[in-house]
Write a protein that binds this ligand. Structure first.
Ligand SMILES: *Cc1c(COP(=O)(O)O)cnc(C)c1O
Length: 445
C-alpha cells in the first residue's frame, strides 16, 4: 500500500520549501509528541476500516488513491495551507491553478477558457447550470436518465425546470427523445454526459450539436468522470468523434479527483466563452474576462478553496502532461483495454451476461437466471461472496427497459434488475482481469 520512498520524497520537498522562508526570525510551532502519537495511532486504526481502494482487486466504484506526486505535493503544501479564494491567500497556488486551467482547456481545444477548480463535480455542475440559467432565463434543463442525479437536484436548487431524457439500449441519450423535447420550445440547456457514472456510456454529442442548426440551446458537457478519455488512443470510432466534438460545447465539467489522479476535493468547471465571467460580478470593472486576468475568487461561487488541490494537480500535469501518446493518456487506454478484456471474459462464462460493450472503463454484468428477481438476488449474493474472497465489486439498479435488449431469455417479474458493476480505473487492472474472473468463477462454483 505504501511505497516508503514517498516519505523520503516528502521530506526532501519540505526541506526545499522551508528554505524559502528563512529570512524571518526562527519560529517553529511545538506540540506534545506523545499525545499526537496516541491520537494518530487511533486514527490509523480507525482508517483500517476501509475497502482496499488502491488494490486491483478493488474493482467496484470509481475510487482509487491519488498519484504519489499529487499526494506528496498536496501534503507538502499543507505546511503553507494556501487558500485559492484570493491572491493574498495563495499567491503561488493561484498561479498554478490558472496554469492547470490553461492546460485543461487546451485538452479540449480551448485557447482562453474561463475556469477554475472546485470542491468537486457537483459544485462545478452547479456553476455551469447557474450560468446556463442566467443566459436562458425561464428555460428548461434536460439530461439523460443515466446522467448523474445531481443535475435534477441542482436544477431544483436553482429553480430551473428539469426533464429527463430516455436512453437507448447502449446507455446513451436517445436523439429522438431529445428532439421531441426541443420541439416543445422551452429547453435552454442540454446536459450531455461524456461517460455516465453508471454505465460509462458517452452521449451522442455530434448528433446533439447538429440539432443546434434547428433549435437554439446551450450545451453543457458533464465530463466529470469521462473528461480525460479523449486522450486515449483506443476509443471506438464513434466515442472518439464525440470527444472530438467537445470543443464546440459551451461549458465542461471535469473531475481531476476521478480520473485525474487527484485527492478528493478537486473538480473543475470550464467555460468556452470567458465573457460569462461578467455574470459572477455585478459591478465588474472588466469588460473582457479570462482566468489569467482575474483572481479566482472573482469567478467562483465557492469562496475559500484548498490551494493544495491546485498544487497537487499542477505537479501531476507537470509530471504527466495531458498529451495524446503520453504516460497519462496511455494509462487511460489501459483502463479501457482492461474493461474490454473483462467484458469478453465474462461473455465467455455461462453464469453471466455482460451488457453493452464498454465505451470507457466501466463494465456492467447481469447474473443469468430464469427471471429478473432471481437474477437480482444472485447479483447481491455474489457481491457479498466476492467481498469475502477479497474481490470488491459494485451493484447497479437498472430499469428492465434498458436491460431488455441484452437479457433476452429472462422472465421479467420486476421493474428493475440489480446488476454487478466494475469500474476498472486502475491501469494495473489490465493485468488482473484473469484473476478477477477466476475469483468470480470460484464464487459461482
Ligand atoms: C462523479 C460525478 C458527478 C459528481 O461529482 P462529485 O465530484 O462527486 O461531486 C457528476 N457527474 C458525473 C458524470 C460524475 O461521474
Amino acid at each position: 500500500m505504501i511505497n516508503k520512498n514517498e516519505l523520503r520524497l516528502l521530506r526532501g520537498a519540505l526541506e526545499k520549501l522551508e528554505a524559502g522562508f528563512t529570512d524571518l526570525p526562527e519560529f517553529i510551532p511545538e506540540f506534545d509528541e506523545t499525545a499526537l502519537a496516541d491520537v494518530l495511532g487511533e486514527v490509523a486504526e480507525r482508517m483500517q476500516d476501509n475497502y482496499p481502494y488502491y488494490h486491483p482487486l478493488y474493482a467496484g466504484q470509481m475510487l482509487k488513491p491519488p498519484h504519489p506526486v499529487a499526494r506528496i505535493a498536496y501534503a507538502m503544501s499543507l505546511w503553507v495551507n494556501p487558500n485559492n479564494h484570493a491572491l493574498d491567500g495563495g499567491r503561488a497556488s493561484s498561479a498554478m491553478e490558472k496554469e492547470c486551467i490553461v492546460d485543461l482547456g487546451a485538452m479540449f481545444g480551448w485557447e482562453s477558457p474561463l475556469g477554475h477548480l472546485t470542491g468537486g463535480g457537483t459544485m462545478a455542475n452547479l456553476e455551469a447550470l447557474w450560468v446556463a440559467g442566467r443566459l436562458h432565463p425561464g428555460k428548461r434543463n434536460i439530461a439523460s436518465t443515466q446522467a448523474h442525479y445531481t443535475h435534477s437536484r441542482i436544477s431544483e436548487v436553482l429553480g430551473i425546470p428539469f426533464s429527463p431524457v430516455a436512453v437507448s439500449s447502449n446507455g446513451r441519450m436517445d436523439i429522438d427523445a431529445i428532439e421531441a423535447l426541443l420541439q416543445q420550445g422551452d429547453v435552454g440547456t442540454v446536459v450531455v454526459t461524456m461517460g455516465n457514472t453508471g454505465l460509462g456510456a458517452v452521449d451522442p454529442l455530434p448528433d446533439i450539436l447538429a440539432l443546434r442548426e434547428k433549435f437554439d440551446f446551450r450545451i453543457h458537457a458533464d465530463a466529470a468522470y469521462g473528461g480525460y478519455f479523449g486522450l486515449a488512443s483506443n476509443l471506438n470510432a464513434d466515442t472518439e468523434q464525440a470527444y472530438a466534438a467537445l470543443t464546440h460545447v459551451d461549458s465542461i465539467v471535469i473531475d481531476p479527483h476521478k480520473h485525474g489522479l487527484q485527492p478528493y476535493g478537486c473538480g473543475c468547471i470550464l467555460f468556452r466563452d470567458p465573457s460569462v465571467g461578467s455574470l459572477y460580478k455585478h459591478d465588474s470593472p472588466f469588460t473582457y474576462f479570462s482566468s489569467a486576468e482575474l483572481h479566482l475568487g472573482e469567478i467562483s461561487l465557492e469562496c475559500s478553496r484548498p490551494g493544495a488541490s491546485a498544487v497537487a494537480l499542477w505537479a501531476t500535469q507537470r509530471l504527466m502532461p495531458l498529451e495524446k501518446g503520453g504516460e497519462f493518456a496511455n494509462d487511460l487506454g489501459c483502463s479501457l483495454s482492461a474493461a474490454r478484456n473483462f467484458h469478453a471474459r465474462l461473455d465467455a462464462i455461462e453464469f453471466f451476461t455482460p451488457l453493452m460493450a464498454p465505451e470507457l472503463d466501466i463494465v456492467v454484468y447481469a447474473v443469468n437466471a430464469a427471471d429478473t428477481t432471481t437474477a437480482s438476488a444472485s447479483a447481491r449474493r455474489l457481491f457479498d461472496s466476492a467481498a469475502d474472497k477479497g474481490l470488491h465489486l459494485a451493484l447497479i439498479e437498472l430499469p428492465v427497459s434498458l436491460t431488455g435488449h441484452w437479457l433476452t431469455d429472462i422472465e421479467v417479474n420486476s421493474d428493475s434488475i440489480t446488476c454487478l458493476r466494475s469500474v476498472l480505473m486502475k491501469p494495473e487492472h489490465q493485468d488482473w482481469t484473469q484473476r478477477i474472473v477466476a475469483i468470480l468463477e470460484e464464487c459461482v462454483a
